[in-house]
Design a protein around this ligand. Structure first.
Ligand code: SAM
Ligand code: SF4
Length: 232
């Protein structure tokens, strides 16, 4: 498992894949990333400390993800992350979180702001088709409206290529995402054991019709393979 990398093509930044206590939701039908978890506090801290030691601060931007939400890191790991950010003069920190932590997100924005760090929160919206998100993907967001989502997230993650999705929906999602958020990150669905089936035909259509339109767009990350950021 690679836990440190640099993203050089767009929005240059360092990225760390930390390990946390595990996603508290863990019920999304398409996800088994949450299996990357560690409840042993010392072990978790040791792994995260080793990874965080590699951060140089060369771009002043750090993305710190953890196969769940940032609030699922234990306290020591979380403090170490903030220490590294201040020590290495990180000016912008990108983290991921589920919508259920929206109150904590507000608090963290304030805390980071006091430290001189701009916090950008990436949320797994997956699609703006709320019924699909809740009834098929089982995301557990409930039914927030666009303005609630904008208040919580700066960057949105979309999932492309699960059974039941259409290309029209994907096009619409990207358009709404780009109009309302700083950046969008498109994840081509990777079917793995015990998760829902992929629609390989839809993925092919995406690569042919949509990928060329956005591949060079500064505000759009596209993970054709889930390790394209160099971690995972
Ligand atoms: C693992 S979650 C972590 C962040 C947070 N728990 C959330 O749900 O927003 C980050 C993103 O990974 C993507 N993802 C999850 N499972 C995937 C899979 N099997 N293939 C491709 N992308 C996946 C989803 O788009 C999801 O929003
Ligand atoms: S997508 Fe995020 S919230 Fe859903 S199970 Fe995976 S890590 Fe948890």
């Amino acid at each position: 498992m690679e836990r440190y990398s640099k993203i050089l093509n767009k929005d240059q930044r360092e990225i760390v894949l930390l390990i946390g206590n595990g996603c508290k939701w863990s019920k999304c039908k398409f996800c088994n990333y949450h299996l990357d978890r560690c409840n042993d506090e010392d072990k978790q801290y040791k792994i995260n400390q080793e990874v965080l030691k590699k951060v140089t601060g060369e771009f002043c931007v750090l993305e710190a993800i953890n196969s769940g939400s940032i609030f699922e890191l234990n306290k020591r790991s979380f403090s170490e992350l903030l220490n590294i950010c201040t020590g290495k003069k990180i000016k912008r920190l990108i983290i991921e979180s589920h919508y259920m932590y929206r109150t904590k997100i507000k608090e963290l924005r304030e805390k980071c702001s006091k430290l001189g760090i701009i916090l950008q929160v990436k949320g797994g919206i997956e699609t703006f088709d709320t019924d699909f998100r809740e009834k098929v993907l089982n995301k557990g967001f409930g039914y927030p409206n666009l303005s609630d989502l904008r208040e919580t997230f700066d960057i949105v993650n979309f999932l492309v290529g699960v059974e039941g999705q259409t290309l029209e929906q994907v096009k619409k999602d990207i358009k709404i995402g780009m109009e309302n958020f700083d950046r969008v990150c498109i994840n081509l669905y990777k079917e793995m054991d015990d998760i829902m089936p992929a629609d390989e035909g839809l993925k092919e259509k995406f690569m042919k019709e949509i990928y060329p339109l956005y591949k060079d767009n500064e505000n759009v990350d596209i993970l054709v393979d889930n390790t394209d950021f160099g971690v995972g």
